[in-house]
Structure formats: structure tokens, C-alpha cells
Ligand binder design. Structure first.
Ligand SMILES: [Zn+2]
Length: 255
């Protein structure tokens, strides 16, 4: 099985999980680039997985389903209003795609939205808009504590796990992270590498959980330099990682 990125809108990625005949897509916000991909690669769409209800992640589902002669399963979070979802799932559920010989565990990762989920299996995690390369999603519907716990859940997956995020935000995120943690050598190295990748017009994704632990300030709220940055921002000492996370997230919102 292989994973292809399908670019959509300005900076979204729709992830395509495929073998030589079948494909499943994650978060198809737009049907057109998926349909072009299916035609070009001569692949049959067998399932759709959605991580959360935002239109740039689910807006293409109805057209993709309508274009199929037979219905296909559409998986999505139980706790969110997505009318096109046929199989509502939540943390602890498993999603099997027999045509691709793959199974995922569903993880609850609320915060960006109320019931955001991730799909984890075969050393991969499809995490939508919760974890980004060197960043994280905005906290729209949940609380900072929920978002922090969700990011910790992802950070605690094995280091080699590849994270397939919903957007190409990496260079902007690294620019911000360098302000939070200017002394982080791994982050400086990452900036060099990912800048080259983007100059070659390649995706910086997937990233790995190990790489995120080493460079993503939102996963490093217990690191002394991140704590000092949060304290400067708040004008007082902070020790609670959720408070540190909230301060860094608020800073990024205004950055
Ligand atoms: Zn979103």
C-alpha cells in the first residue's frame, strides 16, 4: 500500500491510501482533485474517512459518493454533524478497509472541534487539524486542556509513527516555533531541511511523532525554554503545562 497526497484549495492535503486497484481518501474537502486523481491513476474509490466537520475536510464527500454506482462507507466522528457520514465512529472503535488490507484504531482528539478523531494503524496516524508539522490546530470548539490532552495522546504514539496532517503549514509553523525555542538545534536543522523540501515543491508531510516531539513547541510544554517563553508572554511564572500550552497557542493566534 502507498500513500499519495492530493493537493486541494490553497494548502490542504487529501491523503489517498492506495494499492494498484483501490483507494481510500481522508478528508476530501473538494471532489474535483480527487476525481482527477482517480481517473489519472485508474483507481476505484472504496472508502472515505473524515476527521472532523470543517468544510475544507468534508465538502467533497457528497459528490464523490454520488459519482459511484454503489454506496461506499464514509467514516466520520460520532459527535459531529456531517450528513454524508454513513459509519459514525469514536475512540475505541476500529475501521477496517478490507480492499486495502488495513485497519485503524479511532482516537478521540477533541479541541480543534468538539469530536475530532484520528485514524491510527500500520505506523501511521491521520490527524486532520489537531497536530500539524511543528504546530497544532486552533482551539475552536474545545478547551485548551482538551487540545493539550489530544496532542499528548498523539505525542505518546511510537516515535516512528508517521503523522499525515491536513495542511501544509510547516514553514510558517517553524518560523513561529523558532521564536518560542530559539536554542533548539533540532528545530534549526528542521528549518533548513523543510525549506529545501518546499523549494523543491514537495510536501513536508508526513512528519514523524519523534520529529514532532523534538521540534514542535506545542508538544514541548514541559521544556524549560518553552516554559520561559510562555512566562515572558504572560508576565508571570507558569508551571502548569496546560497553561503554558494555552499561552503559546494564544501567542500563535496573534503571530
Ligand atoms: Zn479544521
Amino acid at each position: 500500500m502507498q500513500i499519495d497526497p492530493i493537493s486541494a484549495f490553497k494548502d490542504n492535503y487529501i491523503w489517498a491510501l492506495r494499492n494498484d486497484r483501490n483507494v481510500a481518501v481522508v478528508d476530501p474537502g473538494d471532489a474535483r482533485p480527487v476525481q482527477e486523481y482517480l481517473a489519472r491513476k485508474q483507481l476505484q474509490l472504496v472508502a472515505i474517512l473524515a476527521t472532523h466537520h470543517h468544510a475544507d475536510h468534508v465538502g467533497g464527500i457528497s459528490a464523490l459518493v454520488a459519482a459511484r454506482s454503489r454506496g461506499i462507507p464514509v467514516y466520520g466522528p460520532k459527535g459531529e454533524p456531517i450528513s454524508t457520514v454513513t459509519h459514525r465512529v469514536a475512540g475505541g472503535d476500529r475501521v477496517a478497509i478490507p480492499e486495502l488490507d488495513i485497519e485503524f484504531d479511532v482516537l478521540d482528539i477533541p479541541g480543534h472541534t468538539r469530536a475530532h478523531i484520528a485514524y491510527y494503524g500500520s505506523k501511521m496516524v491521520f490527524c486532520g487539524d489537531t497536530l500539524f508539522a511543528c504546530g497544532c490546530g486552533r482551539v475552536f470548539e474545545g478547551t485548551p486542556a482538551q487540545m493539550y490532552a489530544s496532542l499528548q495522546k498523539l505525542a505518546n504514539l511510537p516515535e516512528a509513527t508517521l503523522a499525515y496532517c491536513g495542511h501544509e503549514y510547516t514553514l510558517a509553523n517553524i518560523g513561529f516555533a523558532r521564536n518560542v525555542e530559539p536554542g533548539n538545534a533540532a528545530l534549526a536543522e528542521r528549518e533548513r531541511e523543510d525549506t529545501l523540501t518546499r523549494e523543491r515543491k514537495r510536501p513536508t508531510l508526513p512528519t514523524s511523532i519523534g520529529r514532532e516531539r523534538a521540534t514542535n513547541p506545542f508538544l514541548r510544554c514541559e521544556n524549560a525554554e518553552v516554559d520561559r517563553a510562555a512566562a515572558r508572554r504572560l508576565g508571570k511564572a507558569v508551571t502548569d503545562p496546560v497553561e503554558i500550552f494555552a499561552a503559546i497557542r494564544d501567542w500563535k493566534n496573534k503571530y
